[in-house]
Design a protein around this ligand. Structure first.
Ligand SMILES: [Zn+2]
Length: 396
């Protein structure tokens, strides 16, 4: 993963004026604060938050800036999704198929739908969205990574309908480059439409919808949770920090963190989840190393204003690094199992430990929907932003 390179790239391009014009001075990117500045800012903010209403007023200002900053102050009209699927495979206790649908007319969300098989399918099922983050090496790539397949298959076998989807510009999502000024806008709109798509499935339970992803997928997790109250549970992994604002266009390439003199850190944005259950997963080797001492106590104080302290948790892995590895997945299985009423026992061995060995890793080509010829024929680049503009409701 070249996350640090991307941090430099986004700052360079931001400074060179390629991003959305006249808004660049409002961008807060990468390590915008020092660790001390980030922590002090949260402490100071807490001195102004005495009641739930104090927080909700602040949260409302953050939400408004998120929508304004990512050009989603007005949502586009929700147009027909026209979902299509191919390559369905029956595996051990679950199925996986390639699915595409249109988040805007002619603009495709591409991904894999995992479902439990057998009698569980006759029940109302929880929904889990799984964004993948910036892993882009051929052997360790996006939604096709083994750890993504392990996570999605295990959630499915536990009794959830799961969607694993390409970030804009990754995998089969080739219509819009990832390193482009509005990838945050398109990714967020895609996430909102993925919830719409999942709710069209006959098994879907609208009261049990969750999202979890690591790194850039963690950013997608807390951004979607902040903007869409259909999300009931969230697990942002190795991303939420008071000092680091995200290093890619799809995280901090639009002015979502700043409104004039007011700056909103990712730690504050993540707390827009309150009082919905949230698990912060952090580690000792990246910008989430201070979570147990800084971001988690802050979040706990916010949840306390609702009398819901028990709904915010932190799983910290001090000797681990920036990934969504097995120990972090185990924490997510337990938390989502508890809050979405999933059957953890479907994936545990005799000793009660989760055993992922049933997961069959499927090749990238067998998880894909489009063939080469179809990919070539898709609309690309500026055409997509024009479609977005045309899909905004008229002001009359
Ligand atoms: Zn990105």
């Amino acid at each position: 993963m070249n996350y640090f390179f991307k941090t430099l790239l986004v700052i360079f391009i931001g400074l060179s004026g390629i991003t959305t014009s006249a808004q660049n001075t409002n961008l807060c990117q990468g390590h915008y604060y020092t660790e001390k500045e980030g922590a002090d800012k949260l402490k100071k903010l807490l001195t102004t938050l005495h009641t739930k209403n104090d927080w909700e007023k602040h949260a409302d200002s953050i939400r408004k800036q998120l929508r304004r900053g990512m050009e989603l102050e007005v949502f586009p009209t929700k147009t027909p999704l026209n979902p299509k699927s191919r390559n369905k495979k029956q595996l051990d206790g679950y199925t996986v198929e390639a699915v595409v649908f249109e988040s805007l007319p002619g603009f495709y969300v591409t991904g894999n739908l995992y479902k439990p098989s057998g009698t569980l399918l006759n029940k109302s099922l929880a929904i889990i969205l799984c964004p993948h983050g910036h892993w882009d090496q051929p052997e360790d790539y996006g939604r096709f990574r083994n750890d993504m397949q392990s996570r999605c298959a295990t959630f499915a076998k536990m009794g959830a309908v799961v969607f694993s989807y390409d970030m804009v510009g990754y995998g089969e999502s080739i219509q819009q480059e990832h390193e482009s000024a509005r990838s945050l806008l398109f990714q967020t709109w895609n996430s909102i439409r993925i919830v719409d798509f999942m709710l069209t499935l006959p098994e879907a339970d609208p009261n049990r919808i969750a999202v979890t992803g690591a790194s850039g997928g963690g950013t997608q997790t807390f951004m979607l949770t902040a903007l869409d109250d259909r999300i009931k549970v969230s697990v942002p992994v190795v991303m939420v920090a008071s000092d680091f604002f995200g290093g890619c266009f799809c995280e901090s390439g639009m002015p979502v963190h700043r409104d004039g003199n007011k700056v909103y850190s990712n730690a504050e944005i993540a707390c827009l989840a309150a009082p919905r259950p949230m698990l912060l997963i952090s580690d000792g080797k990246d910008w989430t190393k201070n979570t147990p001492a800084v971001e988690f106590p802050f979040a706990k104080s916010i949840y306390k204003l609702y009398g819901k302290e028990s709904l915010i948790e932190n799983a910290h892995f001090i000797d681990e690094g920036h990934d969504y590895g097995k120990s972090k997945r185990l924490a997510a299985y337990a938390f989502l199992g508890k809050h979405l009423a999933l059957k953890l026992s479907n994936v545990t061995d005799k000793t009660g430990k989760v055993d992922e060995s049933f997961v069959k890793f499927v090749d990238r080509k067998d998880l894909s929907y489009f063939n080469e010829q179809e990919l070539v024929s898709l609309k690309k680049g500026d055409a997509i932003y024009k479609i977005f503009r045309r899909t905004l409701p008229s002001k009359e």
